[in-house]
Every structure is written in structure tokens, then in C-alpha cells.
Design a protein around this ligand. Sequence first.
Ligand SMILES: N[C@@H](CCC(=O)N[C@@H](CS)C(=O)NCC(=O)O)C(=O)O
Length: 203
Amino acid sequence: MISLYGSPRSSAGRCVWTMEEAGVPYTIKDLDMKNKEHKSEAFLKINPMGKVPAMIDGNVTLFESMAINFYIADNYKKELLGTSPLERGLALQWSFWATSELQPPTIEIFIQKVFMPEDKRDHTIIENNLKKLPMLLSVLNRSLEERKYLAGNQFTVGDINTASVVSICPMIGVDFTDYPHIKNWLNAIGDRPAFQRYQALRK
Ligand SMILES: N[C@@H](CCC(=O)N[C@@H](CS)C(=O)NCC(=O)O)C(=O)O
């Protein structure tokens, strides 16, 4: 049984979604972040970064949500990795893209708009990072022009890792009106029962 540390509403959510897709039994161990349980000596032994998610599966302990997702796919539902070298490459490509290209500007804006009190917001940070999003979202939109999922017809962890970052956009006031293929992709994802079960856990 997998133990996942972190709330489904945090970065741990994408791992919950992957476990639902893989149909693997798991327990969620939510940490008391307000009281800094994620910085406790006990948890730092599991994730020395003091962040969620972290995962224990038998004698395997991992941190970094996207790595956890590749592990779950590899161990419990290989087709989520992709079924050819090209699909597996694309699943990795989009996961690295999501974490290194799309996530930094979206998180910078999220921090300002959601966590900062209005009078403390840095509008320069918001504006500078907002400017980066059209190019990034256009690249993603074009890549989805002729395929249902990011690796082709096969749904992979690349979709999970990327969609979980793309889903920050509506929370920071960026919609997908100019990106119809992203919209269709998110709609296809929304129809997946595993995604729906994961969403129910976020409420
Ligand atoms: N790159 C990490 C990021 C994890 C992360 O930043 N988690 C946040 C919650 S969403 C956290 O634990 N923050 C507490 C902290 O940084 O002290 C991953 O994807 O697993």
C-alpha cells in the first residue's frame, strides 16, 4: 500500500490523480502544515526538502511529485509511461517543460495574487510573468492541434504532470479562449473517471 504525504489540494494532488489512474491502493497522510509538521524531524527523514508530496511504497521512499508519478506508472500501470520510445519521450518532455518552463511564471503570479494581501502585491512581478504565458500556452496549444493527448492517442503521466500545472492558469485569471486545443484536451481529461475521483478528493 502506497502512503502519500500531503493534501490532494497541494502538489500531492497530481500523485493522487496518478494513483487513481493506476488503480493502486493508497492512503493519504495529510500533514499539519500550519504547525510545520512538514519541517518536523520525523518528516524530514522522509523528505529532507520538508515539502509535500513524499511517498513511501514498501522500501521505496521518494519526493518530487513528477518523479513519484513516473514511479507509480512504472510500477503499477506501465502504459501511463507511454507505449513506445516516442510516447515515453514525449511524456518526459512535457513533464520537464511543465515544471521548468510553465510552472515558474504561473507560481510567481499565484503567490502574488492568491497569497499576498492586496496592499503588498508586487504588480511588476505579476505583469512580467503574465507576459511569458502567451508564448508558452501557444506552444502547448499547437502541439495539441492534431492529437488527443500530449504523447498522441495514449494518455500518459505527461498529461497529468502538465495539466496539473496548466490548471493553475484559471486561478490566476488566465483563460483558454485563445487556445482551443488546450480546452479540448482539458475536456477530454475532465471525462476521465480517475480525474473525477481525484477532483472529488480536492473538495
Ligand atoms: N517540486 C516539488 C514542489 C513541492 C512543493 O513546493 N510543495 C509545497 C506544497 S504545494 C510545500 O510543501 N511547501 C512547503 C514549503 O515549501 O515549506 C514537487 O513537485 O514535489
